[in-house]
Write a protein that binds this ligand. Sequence first.
Ligand code: HAM
Length: 432
Amino acid sequence: MIKIIKGFRDILPTDILLWQEVENIARKLFASFGFCEIRVPIMEKTELFARSIGADTDIVEKEMYTFADRKGEMLTLRPEATAGVVRAFIEHNLSHQDSVQKLFTMGPMFRRERPQKGRFRQFSQINAEFFGVAAPFADILVIELLHRLFDELKVTQVTARINSLGCPACRPAYKQALLEHLSGKMENLCENCCRRSATNPLRVLDCKSPSCIEAAKDAPAMREHLCDECSSHYRQVLDGLARQGVPFEQDDKLVRGLDYYTKTTFEFQTTMLGAQNAVAGGGRYDGLVAALGGPETPAVGFAVGQDRLIELLSAVKNPPPKGPDIFLACLGEKAALLGFDWMSSLCRQGIWAEMDYSSKSLKSQMKRADKSNARFVLMVGENEIKEGRALLRRMTASRDDTTGQEEITLDGNLVDTLIKKVAESSPAGGKG
Ligand code: HAM
């Protein structure tokens, strides 16, 4: 038997409800914040990711699924969505329509990391990207949006951590200060950090190796080295978040694993998922659009790791399994033929109807209806067809409610009668 690729996963029907719920809530919330959906390919030219995420990041150095296609073109399964959205923003001149663009996208990403709890090689992200506003309002809005998403989903076990990485004007001096701090500790750094420290010493702050954590312990903070503009921007973001009631903690060591960030960076972290503590991350990337050949465009955004979010949600709630609105328990060939017609007619009209496709006993069909969490069962056999009447039994999820049954006329109005019964029994009083 051919098995699934290591680090990839199937989302089975038993688990899909939470996924759909998260996506529905996110879509609704994004719409109310004025974000429009964009869908970009899951594969792009390798160069797009190398140039945006940064050549000396873990993602580009060792985690991308990259291959030469049949014509030798180097392609990569997207490890993140921002680069593709920025490419599309530039390629379709979106800023010509409106210099301010709020976009969101959802879908699978691919990173060849070591699989573990909360870490997969194919995983899903929900991204929001806000283009065209340099003012701290944009940072505040996207962080608030992310906070509201967790709030709507009733996820309370996350903490927003915030930092500023400065800009091309102030970061070089900070890098220098950091290098000086690390200079006496080079032999303690892990191999990766040792190699990268000359070009990008900030990576050491992000490294999980105990010796690098120790080396970075008393490192200078970027906050102390921000230029006036970055410092004021950072202060306004923090004040704005406080005004909007978004709780946060400052984290001087938060540098993120992608190189395109400027000024504000943030992560929503949890202690519930072991080593994989980041449920969402993002920040400002004012230089990326221009670096990829577009007009100078400030931007800020985030991505939520949907797999991790679902894992958090599963810990707090399990929605009751949904079942069919009506199960048609049909005994005999004639009843089965009629039952099939009623079933498809109901389905066409938006009512989830099921039947037992085998000719099992009534008892075993009832068992199946019960197991499937059906709300009603219509029991039809040869006698019922002859007499033109059948029993409709109301099943209940909890089984404590009164389980009523009533006689229904098997005439030309049967499907309409059943639709009415379902509507009357649904909590909202509408269609099932
Ligand atoms: P990121 O921090 O690399 O940022 O990823 C965002 C989220 O994706 C993480 O917080 C985590 O929840 C989830 N994630 C990442 N890798 C994995 C994995 N191997 N398995 C499961 N979940 C994972 C970005 O991707 C940026 N593009 C975010 C952004 C958008 N910045 C600005 N706009």
